[in-house]
Design a protein. Structure first.
Lengths: 344, 293
């Protein structure tokens, strides 16, 4: 019964979101929605790792690779993004393997892992800047407009098309998130994040499990970069790679809620909407204010609300539905009683 | 051919020596971060932003309020030391018992905050204190006087920290608490006070770096993004909290950047250094000087 309710909710949600651009097609609003969806997908990709304590500061690098490889292949070799995006994804996956394997093999965790991945986003940023003859360096880069077939070039001036594309990509991200959430992978990764040695002793292949989730996360992040590039038709090292973007992902995911499916989406909505409102309200005077507020909020959230906005709200709701669960193993008990209790 | 080799060699020597000078600067940058990590077990992702604030402090004291350099420098150092203590008091202390990664992320928030604060308060223009130090010419080689000064100050800073840690009561307490944070509280050492002092010293070292960097680079709100990552990499390469390791790693990195820059663009020097870093993670994951378990 619960499943049925959920399914209905999902279908209704999908229909409403899918029908939205045909009812309300204000280009500016659609633009904001598209950005929210694409970034939500990127943040969700980050949180796939982040929720298991693998705090990567290198996802800016994966995103940059997704965007730049696709655009470079199109401009210099004329390879359609339909092929270019898979190539870019493979590049990102290889990079994830090259960096991830030694990290996991040699038990680089916590601070160390964050700083090693920071080096990764640093490298990608520097390579993009250093190869400025091809990539335009820090000035940014524009994929050439399609001469003939728009579909082949994966380009479109129509915001409705992009809205639907972004919606599908975002939904795909949620599906993958839920799939991982229900798989054995999740149990293994949770065991690893609690205690690696104990997990290994219990028969979990720590390195392989971590690599799987890292590659998956890198693939999705690169896809987000590629979609962003095809939509915006302009990329620069600052917007799709480097430590700034990496921290932005961390921030949005943490604020929205790391441990729930829609948390990163909530984070994206909050950050993008507040940035836009500041921009409209204060114009050029607002430059810097949005990040000033984010920075302060990030600190406050980590200190007082580490589960994020959505995570904390859902916790409250669950607690109310299932009063006074026994303390030990509260998580599972809570989940079970929540599904067993008949809603009023 | 003969003459080509000669010229080449002099450039090579110049690059090697400049690399050593750069190494001194990097070592100074890494010193404060290593201290914080070694004692409090926290990574200040916003460390480079503290340096940036210090550089702005220098700019305003020196260029706007026209204080002499030797007055402005200690004031800036004090300013950043106070910031370091404040950072610890407001952000790190409430998080001391939560997972280390949360502390790192919270200082990431401080990074955003300081960067935007600088953007809002000082604007995004590049600012220069306008001190032109002469270029030192030895034979056919040129060295920047500012780098030489920074190198010297880095050495002095490191010796001072070493003496402080070895010879004073507080220094001994800091080293003791770094070894065992539970027991030291029982021994009558006030851990909170020691952490605050350590944070202030870490901040002061960032301030010292700021006073020297301001002679070499323009200040702008995003300068932290260009000096931050390399500082972290050096600390990790040397082993977080390992002073000697950080020192060695600084010079290794500086030579790679300097020599890489000689053969190609400066960015490729950085790319090489980053690549070397990732390679070393395979070979020595716990730092250059770590004993293999």
């Amino acid at each position: 019964m619960n499943l049925g309710r959920n399914a209905i909710a999902w279908i209704v949600g999908a229909l409403v979101l899918g029908a939205l651009p045909f009812v309300h097609s204000d280009p500016y609003h659609l633009h904001i929605l598209i950005l929210i969806l694409i970034w939500s997908f990127a943040y969700t990709s980050w949180s796939m790792m982040g929720r298991f304590g693998l705090t990567s500061l290198g996802h800016g690098g994966f995103m940059g690779i997704g965007a730049y490889v696709t655009a470079l292949l199109w401009n210099h070799l004329g390879i359609t993004p339909w092929l270019g995006i898979p190539v870019a994804l493979v590049c990102a996956a290889i990079l994830a393997l090259v960096v991830g394997y030694p990290c996991f093999r040699f038990r680089i965790t916590g601070h160390y892992f964050a700083l090693v991945t920071l080096a990764l986003s640093g490298i990608v940023l520097q390579v993009i800047t250093a190869t400025r003859d091809w990539t335009g360096g820090s000035l940014g880069y524009t994929p050439e407009a399609a001469k003939g077939n728009n579909l082949l070039a994966m380009q479109s001036g129509d915001k409705v098309v992009w809205y639907l594309v972004a919606l599908v990509v975002w939904a795909f991200g949620l599906v993958v998130w839920t799939w991982v959430d229900r798989s054995m992978e999740r149990a293994a990764m949770e065991a690893i994040s609690e205690d690696e040695d104990a997990a290994a002793a219990a028969g979990v292949n720590v390195t392989a499990e971590k690599l799987k989730i890292t590659v998956l996360s890198a693939l999705m992040t690169a896809l987000a970069g590629a979609v962003y590039c095809q939509y915006q038709m302009f990329i620069s090292p600052d917007t799709v790679s480097g430590i700034g973007v990496s921290l932005q992902m961390v921030f949005a995911a943490v604020v929205g809620g790391l441990y729930v499916a829609l948390g990163p989406t909530v984070g994206a909505i909050i950050t993008i909407l507040s940035a836009e409102m500041l921009r409209i309200g204060f114009g050029t005077k607002a430059v810097g204010w949005d990040n000033l507020i984010y920075g302060a909020l990030l600190v406050v959230f980590i200190i007082f609300l580490p589960k994020g906005i959505l995570g904390s709200i859902l916790d409250r709701v669950r607690l109310r539905r299932a009063p006074a669960p026994t303390r030990p193993a509260a998580e599972t008990v809570r989940a079970r009683s929540a599904s067993a209790a008949s809603p009023p | 051919m003969e003459s080509f080799l000669e010229i080449f060699d002099i450039y090579l020597l110049e690059a090697v020596l400049n690399g050593i000078l750069l190494g001194g600067v990097l070592a100074l940058l890494a010193l404060g971060l290593n201290l914080i990590f070694g004692v409090i077990d926290v990574t200040w992702i916003c460390y480079a932003e503290l340096i940036m604030i210090g550089m702005y402090g220098m700019y305003y004291l020196f260029s706007v309020y026209h204080l002499p350099y030797w007055v402005a420098a200690p004031l800036s150092i004090l300013l950043v030391a106070a910031l370091g203590a404040l950072l610890h008091f407001l952000v790190i202390e409430p998080l001391l018992s939560s997972p280390p990664i949360n502390q790192l992320l919270a200082t990431g928030g401080v990074l955003f905050f300081l960067q935007s604060f600088a953007t809002v308060a000082f604007g995004i223009e590049f600012r220069n204190v306008g001190i032109k130090l002469p270029i030192l010419a030895v034979g056919e080689m040129n060295f920047s006087y500012a780098r030489l000064l920074a190198f010297g100050a880095a050495l002095v800073g490191m010796v001072a920290v070493y003496v402080f840690m070895r010879k004073t009561y507080v220094g001994t307490a800091i080293r003791a608490i770094a070894q065992d944070r539970q027991i030291m509280a029982l021994m009558g050492v006030d851990a909170r006070r020691i952490y605050l002092i350590t944070s202030a010293i870490g901040g002061a070292l960032a301030g010292l770096a700021a006073c020297l960097l301001v002679l070499m680079y323009d200040v702008h709100p995003f300068i932290g993004l260009s000096i931050g990552p390399i500082t972290f990499l050096i600390c990790v390469l040397g082993g977080l909290g390992n002073f000697v390791g950080g020192f060695v790693a600084s010079f290794l990195f500086a030579e790679i950047i300097s020599l890489g820059g000689l053969f190609s663009d400066l960015e490729w020097g950085y790319v090489l250094a980053f690549g070397f870093f990732i390679l070393m993670m395979f070979v020595r994951p716990a730092g250059l000087l770590a004993r293999r378990a």
